[in-house]
Design a protein around this ligand. Structure first.
Ligand SMILES: Cc1cc2nc3c(=O)[nH]c(=O)nc-3n(C[C@H](O)[C@H](O)[C@H](O)COP(=O)(O)OP(=O)(O)OC[C@H]3O[C@@H](n4cnc5c(N)ncnc54)[C@H](O)[C@@H]3O)c2cc1C
Length: 434
């Protein structure tokens, strides 16, 4: 049967945060855009639900903030934890220079549905659910479109530009034979839910003890819980049984003791194989990759969604006009990588340092005490505020419509914040080298 054929200007593969934001922004700027999403809806659990101050600021710039904040969400104003018996606050968003001084926790499907419903208001936006890209169309060396499988058969989408936003297992980047630089990551995460009581800690909370680390994210009447485990150790954990798993949880957070029985089967636990990698080159003639397809992020700091969104904004800022004029060149695609590569690599560097520090604590299965160096590091004046800026806003925040109005003092502050973060992160984890 002859495949159905569609022509568009930009074909975005993947309706995650990067793809939906890019689709919305390009449509808003008059570009004809088709977004392909392989699933029939956005309803998937444990995909990362953190909307950071930088993304909320973008919604403000787009005039969508009020409507967005009407969706149910929780506000996280600081990130802290307990190391052994030492309680600390490591990150504070209370002073970030944006309208919203918090991270909004919202199911990702709400976030994506919101973007989808706003984007559909533009007649040049076309979202195709149930369309799985399976290969690229080529004209000699140039990529000219995508082939997709749908319940109704094969569809060929011809486009001036294909943007791979199809996540960590990107089909697009594989089909284009793009080189992936992998960085060894020593951890995986087990995600599950456990009910939450009104008197439990209400901000995001990390607990490090007994050779394990547990993250508890307040989702109102339940915690989204993440047990951080050594790389590839899930099969051993399963072998030791669910009782041992529940005991670990109760030991780490004794206030959960009466509730750990809610985890009744391994099916309730989702393994996230943590990856950190990046493409050497994010583009080819007619093709660009952004978001996790260009650089898979660890969930550390919950910044993956926000980096993906920032990539989308930079892409729309740099490419909307050449797409409209049909004058797109490879050098314009290169500019997207040049703009976004440094924030990506810097963030990945911080994530790697955080993992390395954490995993060293896993060698001690007994109760641990916070070393003096850790307490000194966490006492660096202003560190929670600086980390709040780096986590909440990122290294090179993008703004809708082009280059941000950056004063010399704002730039100096950004560089200072980045430098202090590096110092802080090294200080935080230097204790574990001893
Ligand atoms: C379990 C888990 C928990 C996480 N927790 C957090 C967190 O708390 N905070 C955070 O910021 N980040 C978190 N992350 C990372 C975060 O989800 C990603 O960094 C972010 O979603 C990247 O966005 P993206 O749009 O680039 O890719 P994705 O979100 O992966 O979206 C890719 C989209 O493409 C679709 N797709 C894939 N292949 C095809 C195809 N061939 N054709 C059509 N469509 C396709 C997928 O269905 C998906 O909708 C987590 C990741 C996982 C896996």
């Amino acid at each position: 049967m002859t495949p159905q054929s569609i022509t568009t200007t930009c074909c975005v593969v993947g309706g995650g945060p990067a793809g939906m934001m890019l689709g919305y922004l390009l449509a808003r700027q008059g570009v004809r855009v088709t977004v392909l999403e392989k699933h029939q809806d956005f309803f998937r659990d444990f995909r990362g639900d953190t909307v950071h101050p930088s993304t909320l600021e973008l919604f403000h710039e787009l005039g969508l903030l009020q409507a967005f904040l009407k969706l149910p969400h929780q506000k996280v104003r600081s990130l802290g934890g307990v190391f052994g018996d030492y309680r600390f606050q490591a990150v504070s968003f209370r002073h970030v220079p944006t309208r919203c001084k918090f991270v909004a926790l919202m199911p990702q499907w709400d976030f994506l549905n919101f973007l989808g419903s706003e984007a559909r208001k533009f007649p040049n936006f076309d979202l195709r659910l149930g369309h799985e890209a399976t290969g690229l169309l080529r004209d000699a060396w140039r990529i000219t479109g995508v082939e997709a499988q749908t319940p109704e058969g094969t569809v060929q989408i011809q486009a001036d530009l294909v943007v791979g936003c199809d996540g960590r297992h990107s089909t697009v980047r594989r089909a284009a034979h793009m080189e992936v630089i992998e960085t060894g990551v020593p951890i995986d995460v087990l995600w599950f839910r456990i009910s939450r009581h009104a008197d439990d800690p209400d901000d995001l909370f990390g607990i490090v003890n007994y050779g394990r680390a547990l993250v508890l994210i307040n989702r109102g009447d339940y915690f989204q819980a993440g047990l951080i485990i050594g790389k590839d150790s899930f099969p051993q954990i399963k072998e030791t049984g669910l009782d041992a798993f529940r005991e670990t949880l109760a030991k780490l957070a004794p206030y959960l003791s009466g509730r750990v029985g809610e985890v009744e089967s391994w099916d309730q636990i989702k393994l996230l194989t943590v990856q950190i990698n990046r493409l050497r080159t994010w583009y080819r003639s007619g093709l660009l990759c952004i978001g996790d397809a260009a650089h898979a992020m660890s969930p550390a700091g919950g910044v993956g969604i926000n980096l993906a969104v920032q990539d989308a904004v930079a892409t729309a800022n740099l490419l909307a006009q050449p797409l409209r004029d049909r004058s797109l060149s490879v050098s314009q695609l290169r500019m997207v990588q040049q703009r976004r590569e440094f924030p990506t690599r810097f963030t990945q560097f911080l994530q790697l340092k955080a993992h390395q520090g954490l995993v060293r604590t896993f060698s001690n299965p007994g109760p641990i005490a916070a070393p003096r160096q850790l307490k000194i590091a966490l006492g660096i004046p202003g560190l929670p505020q600086v980390l709040g800026r780096v986590v909440g806003i990122g290294i090179r925040p993008e703004h809708v419509g082009g280059a941000p109005k950056r004063s010399a003092s704002a730039m100096a502050l950004g560089v200072g914040a980045a430098a202090l973060t590096v110092v802080g992160v090294f200080a935080l984890f230097s204790f574990s080298r001893r």
